[in-house]
Design a protein around this ligand. Sequence first.
Ligand code: UD1
Ligand code: MG
Length: 477
Amino acid sequence: MPNNKDVAILILAAGKGTRLKSSLAKVLHCAGGRALVEHVVRSCAGAGAKKTIVVVGHQAEKVEEVVSPLGVESVLQQPQNGTGHALLVSKRAIGNAKYVVVLPGDAPLIRTETVKALIRKHKNGQAAATLLTAVLADPSGYGRILRKGGDAVQAIIEESQLAPEQRELNEINASMYCFTTGKLWPALAKVKPENKHREIYLTDAISVLNAAGETVLAEVAQDSREMLGCNTRADLAGVDRTFRDWKREELMRDGVTIQLPETVMVDPDVEVGEDTILEPCVQLLGKTKIGARSVIKASSVIYESVLGDEVTVEPHCVISQSRLDSDVVVGPFARMRMETHLKSGSRIGNFVELKKSVVGEGTKAMHLAYLGDAKIGNKTNIGAGTITCNYDGFTKNPTTIGNKVFIGSDTALIAPVKVGDGAYVGAGSTITDNVPADALGIARGRQVNKPGWASKKRRELAVAQKPAKRNKQRRSN
Ligand code: UD1
Ligand code: MG
């Protein structure tokens, strides 16, 4: 890690984000599977700075809830009188750091390497301020860089204050700066809130520094996407797309096959093993982990789950907070809810739902079943239409099924209930009492066959219909 112990990083996250038209503070909106500000904080973690400070204001408590677990300090800016004001209220927290890096909390694509490069450039250039910029085809919404020539900057001009001839400027201010604090504070003291919003703009400090003959440098970022801020919903969607692209590229580099990659959505903390195949429209969310040589087929959604090696998820499955050991096959159209554990070699078929259930090795539930709060042993067969009636209207009750059990189709197991090892349950049973090991449990009305009943019924119906037929014939004569 570089020695940046003379640097404090300040993340500006106090603004409301009026242009998003939202009741949620802007920096808490998500892109790429995380809140915007969380991305920024994480990118700072590896920069080797003395400390990272987040300026909070609008929905301060909620923002703090997101950032404080990441080990950063926060400073309250109340009211929010502009980006320059945000720095002024943070002066004490920045303390005696020789340099301060300023990053906006709404530009989440910034990478650690880029933060480090900014600090390096600033230190090497012995500047009062160094900024990162991007040249964009559509620079609208951003402040623009007015260059003096070479690396030097004269001023940053906010979009609303652009003179007609400056509208052509397409180098934007990313709001990412490194300042030498000894030069910044006197400059900021001279900035007046002389704009439509009566705010103290940090951008104005640049022209003050320049007028004082200080060096202000700017570097065009290598990847302009890292500079993009999120002021509108369209910006959020664009940034989210970039995060998803990057994550898929990372997985493919690590040996994962992704078909129609642009349709596959993977959250940042997801891990996938070599030679696993992700088919189109798959979503892997939260801290999901998938082993090697598995296949996740079309349109399956997997959230906070751990899958082993050589697992097959057939199309259209929804798997949440569950564990599937190696060599398990599920779906199509299967649903696994929290705390479900499918042990190695088990098979879950179409339209089967599981919740808080353990399914033993080699056990099968192939069609149309609900297994909730159930513990099922090894090599057991759960027939089509089996339901664990786990809820009695007051509490959830467990069902325990042993090894090598055969549960006939359309069985209702009224929990709490146990079926012992090797037992059979007759199809269509409503099981209210435990079934001992190796026994047959059968609980249904006995079948009665009435010989000749059907033919007799047909004759009776034919006689009853005859007069009507004769009348019909008469009418047609
Ligand atoms: C700012 C820059 C603009 C730049 C753009 C890059 C200023 C005056 N303008 O404009 O030159 O092109 O960023 O995205 O700086 N914030 C606070 N306290 C405040 C105001 C804002 O913490 O009082 C935070 C916001 O939460 C946000 C960041 O600062 O995370 C930037 O604020 P925003 O309102 O988005 O500024 P822009 O208009 O985008
Ligand atoms: Mg912005």
